[in-house]
Design a protein around this ligand. Structure first.
Ligand SMILES: O=C(O)COP(=O)(O)O
Ligand SMILES: [Mg+2]
Length: 224
């Protein structure tokens, strides 16, 4: 049975934290502030780049009036080096290939800005699996606004069941508000325990995803 499946990017398809942290720390170096540990920056990921920079500003006690400048600097650093250390999670290409083979239509709904999101997907040889990519700056809204996910589905004119796959609290809230079943990848950048994140089902190994999708679609049929 075919379905349309939207995927989150950071912490779901790719482990991009090292390059995101490097960009934020290069921005801090520009303004002569000490670098932050990757584990701290990890907790700032999930609501898009402007929010990440806002969280860095709060953490480092910098003036919020510098937000636009610091966001532009971080984005420039990230665009210059978005794939130096970023890797695809094991089993992702195989799972995406199997899902496409099952007739599923796939897309990406990420809060990462669209230009680097597309670049990362191209550089890591994932772009060809997806029929749409909507980033955190593609619309005038972003996750957890369900409009971001709904626009992603609308971009591929889906017929049949819809699913959303992501790693974070933001993704779970987006799916809940859009009333789309949510599959939680547990090895990404979530901040809270798994059982406190609403999800339809979860997985920690990409090899298991096609079977999970099949089970979910058979279980729920056209009601999904
Ligand atoms: O850019 C972010 O903050 C997170 O991006 P994601 O939506 O792909 O997880
Ligand atoms: Mg994510």
């Amino acid at each position: 049975m075919s379905a349309t499946i939207m995927f989150d990017l950071d912490g779901t398809l790719v482990d991009s934290l090292p390059d995101i942290a490097a960009a934020a720390n290069r921005m801090l170096q520009d303004v002569r502030v000490a670098a932050l540990p990757q584990d701290i920056i990890k907790t700032f990921v999930g609501n898009g780049l402007p929010k990440l920079v806002e969280r860095v500003i709060h953490h480092c006690d910098l003036p919020m009036s510098d937000h636009a400048d610091l966001t532009a600097r971080t984005l420039a650093h990230y665009n210059a080096a978005s794939c130096d250390q970023t890797v695809v999670y094991p089993g992702v290409p195989q799972a995406l290939g199997r899902l496409r083979g099952m007739g599923c239509v796939l897309g990406v709904c990420t809060n990462k800005p669209e230009t680097p999101a597309r670049h990362v997907l191209e550089a890591l040889n994932l772009a060809h699996y997806f029929d749409c990519v909507l980033g955190g700056d593609s619309l005038n809204t972003r996750k957890p606004d369900p409009g971001h996910l709904e626009a992603s589905f609308a971009a591929v004119s889906p017929a049949g069941p819809r699913l959303f796959v992501g790693d974070s609290e933001v993704d779970a809230e987006t799916a809940r508000r859009a009333q789309v079943p949510f599959l939680l990848f547990t090895r990404g950048y979530r901040k809270t325990p798994i059982d406190q994140i609403p999800h339809t089902t979860r997985y920690d190994d990409w090899d298991s995803l096609p079977t999970l999708v099949t089970e979910l679609l058979h279980l729920k049929g056209e009601a999904v």
